[in-house]
Design a protein around this ligand. Structure first.
Ligand code: ADP
Ligand code: MG
Length: 483
């Protein structure tokens, strides 16, 4: 696979750090009892706290704190038993308080680490700088009324985690792999649904370029990029732009930029000169957040198995290659499906079927792992029919297609269509004899040294037996009668 920037950066190295906003899965908001559900009628999930009514006081939601801790543990990060909320002051129409409650000086989660897999299969560690809790803002909509903007505060006050990476990322591909990995981890943990289309996960992308070995140069921050693909393209476009600026004798200035997917370029939003002064100060309406180590330990003990560990266990328990295991654990539901099929069976065969015919059928039918083209029980039964030699691998493909088409179980299909493998050596010998008799010329060529023809004879016998011959016995019989 080619790299997006391959051969286009000259002597320049690309440096990237990501700030990911991930909406926390919880019943209610970070500081109020209003529902945190996505959607709903505009302003249906708004309490007086979220609407910024005077005198309303925030009350911390313990489940949101637990979710942030779980995520921190999943990022192999330090959990800070002491953290604190700060006010970040700025005016925005969909921020009724005139400030956002965030964590600035004392985040709940400190440094951690995430492993990504590069295109060539090597692994790389990306440092996590911090994870902090903050409130989301509401949504302004400018397309609902001819002359007015309207505001929906349903999202106002919903809990967000901001996950900040170290500037360890060196290419668009690494940025994409990192974002996918974070999404995979939070989905496994069920702390964020990772749904970038609905905006429950979005990334600010910091990009700079330098000559290898130099200190970091000035970076630009591309705000609110909302898909993995766009993050990769934003890095690509911004790196090329900066290289161009430096090469033509100019200087990159620190600024906030926007990525425009329709043009594939970034453009300036605001420069550092008019950067915000947020006037952070400790949030006076909330006490510092003090966690007990016991509670953190309990959360840790109840974490699900995470993708990296699952991948290693799959390699060990089912004896499958690291690559296959990576494909299978990409989503928890796929991993569970695989495990149901593979348990007590040939793990490699199960992996081949699921990543091969099964995934292909899923794509073709537009189905998903939650509504699969064939159930795990049916896939297991199919593998059993292969293992006990009721059918051969070739016929299994036809049985599988019939399963997808009819929803029937494989054993029933085999009986109904008479697809049982023929292991009766008498019947096989007879078919071989007929094929050889009908192809005397080729038999002569074979005997004169054209050994390639062996496969032809086997193929003809299989064809004569409608694919149902046991391949090993057919091979044996052809060999015997020829030689
Ligand atoms: P700020 O406090 O201004 O947001 P941070 O130091 O917290 O700045 O960095 C924010 C993000 O920018 C982090 O993800 C970090 O990795 C990234 N970053 C910092 N310096 C650079 C750089 N020179 N090039 C690319 N990314 C950078
Ligand atoms: Mg920042």
């Amino acid at each position: 696979m080619a790299y997006m920037l391959e051969g286009r950066t000259g002597a320049w190295e690309v440096v990237v750090g990501l700030e990911i906003h991930a909406q926390i899965i919880s019943e209610s908001k970070l500081f109020s009892g209003a529902s945190a559900t996505y959607g709903g009628a505009p302003n249906a999930h708004v309490s007086f706290v979220d609407a910024g009514f005077p005198g309303m006081l925030p009350v911390i939601n313990k489940e949101c704190v637990a979710q942030a801790v779980r995520t921190g543990l999943g990022l192999k990060a330090e959990i800070n038993l002491f953290s604190r909320f700060d006010r970040k002051n700025y005016f925005y129409a969909d921020l009724p308080n005139g400030y956002q409650i965030s964590q600035f000086a004392h985040p709940i989660v400190g440094t951690g680490q995430v492993e990504i897999e590069l295109q060539d299969g090597t692994l790389k560690q990306i440092g996590i700088t911090r994870l902090h809790l903050e409130q989301d803002a509401g949504k302004s909509m400018h397309d609902q009324h001819a002359s007015k903007s309207v505001i929906d505060l349903n999202r106002a006050g919903v809990a967000l985690m901001e996950i900040v990476s170290e500037p360890d990322i060196r290419s668009p591909e690494e940025a994409g792999a990192y974002l996918r990995k974070i999404r995979q981890i939070v989905r496994y943990l069920a702390t964020c649904d990772g749904n970038m289309e609905e905006g429950s996960m979005r990334a600010d992308v910091n990009v700079s370029v330098r000559k290898p070995g130099e200190p970091f140069r000035t970076r630009c921050e591309i705000k609110n990029v909302n898909s993995v693909r766009f993050v990769m393209h934003a890095v690509e476009a911004e790196a090329l732009r900066q290289i161009d600026v430096w090469e033509s004798g100019g200087e990159v200035v620190q600024e906030t930029r926007l990525y425009d997917p329709s043009r594939g370029e970034t453009r300036s939003m605001r420069s550092k000169e008019d950067a915000h002064d947020y006037r952070y100060f400790p949030e006076p309406d909330l006490l510092p957040l003090i966690l007990e180590q016991d509670w953190v330990d309990q959360l840790k003990a109840s974490l699900p198995e995470l993708p990296d560990e699952k991948r290693e266990r799959f390699c060990r328990d089912y004896n499958i290659p690291f690559y296959d295991a990576g494909v299978l654990v990409a989503e928890q539901a796929t991993a569970d499906f695989y495990e149901t099929v593979a348990k007590g069976r040939d793990g490699k065969l199960a992996a081949n079927w699921i990543t091969g015919d099964f995934f292909a059928a899923m794509n073709r039918t537009g189905k998903s792992i939650d509504n699969p083209p064939a159930s795990a029980a049916a896939m297991g039964e199919l593998l059993d029919l292969i293992a006990d030699k009721t059918i051969n691998g070739r016929i299994a493909k036809d049985v599988f297609e019939a399963m997808v088409e009819t929803g029937k179980m494989p054993a029933a299909i085999v009986e109904e269509k008479g697809l049982r493998q023929v292991t009766d050596t008498g019947a096989i010998d007879e078919a071989v004899a007929k094929v050889l008799a009908a192809n005397q010329d080729k038999v002569a060529e074979y005997k004169a040294g054209k050994e390639k023809l062996f496969g032809f004879f086997v193929g003809q016998v299989m064809k004569a037996m409608a694919g149902k011959g046991n391949p090993a016995i057919v091979n044996e019989a052809v060999k015997k009668q020829l030689g």
